[in-house]
Write a protein that binds this ligand. Structure first.
Ligand code: EPZ
Length: 420
């Protein structure tokens, strides 16, 4: 079990290059299956979620090759498998995005349900609803996997999403791209990753309008062809490094960032007294002597992103005053609190609300990563804490942060990775 040993309490400095976005990469990679011919993707993060998805796709018969450090070619022939219902598939939530591309390309798909997740229930009802509206016969099988198939071809439809689900929006968009006729999807997710996926699909010949707004209109086409596409930068990795600078009172430069994707995060960070300046694809952040308490509600984009909630909790732990954070997206995404309290934080949880009374200092402790972003929050807290912190279950952090120990060392962090 790998872990990080972090000796905190000193300011950091320097530049960090932000990688391609995990939550865009996994969707665009899955969507490449829709394309006849070869797709080349640039700015692909070498994180473990991407590597696991590649492994699952290779087992289906998709040919995948790293051409350069972050450039990958993907070729899905006409004879690849459409069933991915074995154990490993469940370990990766994003594997559910294979449903839309396999169904769109081959008229059938079977993908294992995402496994137990530390964020609470991860239902798939909206995905099933969308596929059904497009004319597919989609259902859960033995509570183990989802199967979707269509007799002759998918048919465009009007689909209303009860909740602006990111994954459901992506899956339905992929299938509808090659359905017959027009599809209108209402109350869709508006995250930047949705726009990036729509841009990729349009590069491949799709006719998708409205991504990033509440309604997406798609005129189905016969087929899509391989193309070249660059993945957008990871706004959550960037936000995580903003929180690291904020909580350690450091000055950092972030490179390869689209600041427009971080509007809600920048606005909230500035309320804490953190100074953030944007210039082209760079961001300059300077943490204050003492953070101010803030209150946050996580919401679908363009609201405050749930993927930055634990990191804000770590900042609030050291702020002047009491902060309140309400997690509206996931039912169990407050697990960072108990670990931060081991470091001397004063956080109480009541259902989906966290009340954080700021303390003067945090101290080192042995803490456990429960999910990817909670782990990131513990790393930020450890860099600010006095003494040594051991952050366990590093594999969960590796899912979304590439070479996190190296990046932190490069900006002056006293960080050691132990792989056991
Ligand atoms: C995506 O997950 C992201 N993952 C998550 O990032 C992110 O937290 C989430 O969107 C919200 O922004 C990827 O893109 C790979 P949802 P996804 O469907 O698609 C409910 C990270 O740390 N819902 O928008 O699974 C669901 O219960 C990860 O990078 C239904 O009710 O999220 C949840 O409460 C964590 N029915 C809410 O929607 C459905 O059919 C948000 O889920 C689907 C979802």
């Amino acid at each position: 079990m790998s872990k990080l040993i972090i000796r905190g309490g000193k300011p950091l400095s320097g530049s960090v290059k932000i990688n391609g976005a995990k939550n865009s990469a996994v969707a665009v990679i899955a969507a490449a299956i829709l394309c006849k011919g070869t797709t080349v993707l640039e700015n692909v993060p070498q994180i473990s979620d991407v590597k696991i998805l590649f492994h699952i796709m290779e087992k289906l018969g998709v040919e995948i090759k790293w051409l350069e450090e972050d450039v990958v070619s993907i070729f899905a022939g006409d004879d690849i498998e459409t069933d991915a219902i074995y154990e490993e598939v469940s370990s990766l939530r994003a594997s559910n995005l294979l449903l839309g591309s396999l169904l769109g390309r081959f008229g059938k798909a079977a993908v294992a349900l995402p496994g137990g997740c530390d964020l609470g229930a991860r239902p798939m009802d909206l995905h099933i609803k969308g596929f059904t509206r497009l004319g597919a016969d989609a259902q859960f099988v033995d509570d183990r996997y989802i199967e979707a198939k269509v007799k002759d071809h998918l048919q465009g439809a009007v689909i209303y999403l009860d909740f602006p689900s990111v994954g459901a929006t992506e899956n339905i968009m992929m299938a509808a791209a090659v359905a017959e006729g027009q599809t209108i999807i209402e109350n869709v997710a508006k995250e930047p990753e949705i726009v990036d996926l729509a841009n990729f699909l349009n590069n491949a010949g799709a006719k998708i309008r409205g991504a990033g707004t509440d309604i997406i209109r798609i005129d189905g086409v016969k087929s899509l062809r391989g193309c070249r596409h660059g993945i957008i930068p990871d706004r959550i990795e960037a936000g995580t490094f903003l929180s690291i600078a904020a909580v350690t009172g450091s000055k950092l430069r972030l490179e390869n960032v689209i600041s427009a994707h971080l509007k809600p995060v920048i606005a909230k960070m500035r309320e804490t007294g953190t100074d953030i300046r944007c210039s082209g694809s760079n961001m300059y952040v300077s943490g204050p002597e003492k953070l101010k308490a803030v209150s946050i509600q996580t919401l679908a984009h363009p609201g405050f992103p749930t993927d930055m909630q634990p990191q804000m909790m770590a900042m609030a732990a050291l702020a002047n005053g009491t902060s309140v954070i309400v997690e509206n997206i996931f039912e169990k995404r407050m697990k960072a609190a108990a670990e931060l309290n081991k470091m001397g934080a004063d956080i109480t949880i009541d259902g989906k609300t966290a009340v954080i009374k700021g303390v003067d200092k945090l101290h080192g402790a042995v803490v456990e990563t429960h999910d990817l972003r909670a782990g990131a929050a513990l790393v930020a807290a450890a860099l600010a804490a006095e003494g040594e912190t051991v952050v366990e279950r590093l594999s969960l952090i590796d899912r979304g942060y590439y070479h996190i120990a190296d990046k932190l060392t490069q900006i002056g962090g006293d960080v050691e990775r132990i792989d056991e």
